[in-house]
Design a protein around this ligand. Structure first.
Ligand SMILES: [Zn+2]
Length: 80
């Protein structure tokens, strides 16, 4: 599934990007189905942006950092 998420970079270098990534539609921890993403509007420092949130029926939480890593691994940019 394709989702919009925030990429805040790593370590001390603060970045803030909205990226669309492709990830599996199954939970990476248990293999169960992921929840359906819903698009939500947020405001930060006066800037409005949209990102997707989803709740997995299995109860596992997908952190954006993990989702970014999964998306990069799927594209072959890094090894999971
Ligand atoms: Zn799960």
């Amino acid at each position: 599934m394709k989702v919009l998420i925030t990429d805040r970079g790593h370590g001390t270098s603060y970045t803030f990007d909205i990226v669309e990534v492709e990830i599996a539609d199954t939970c990476q921890k248990c293999g169960g189905p992921r929840g359906t993403p819903t698009r939500n509007r947020y405001c930060e420092d006066g800037e409005f942006y949209y990102v997707d949130n989803w709740t997995n029926p299995c109860g596992h939480v997908d952190r954006y950092l993990d989702v970014l890593r999964e998306a990069k691994a799927l594209k072959g940019e890094i090894h999971a």
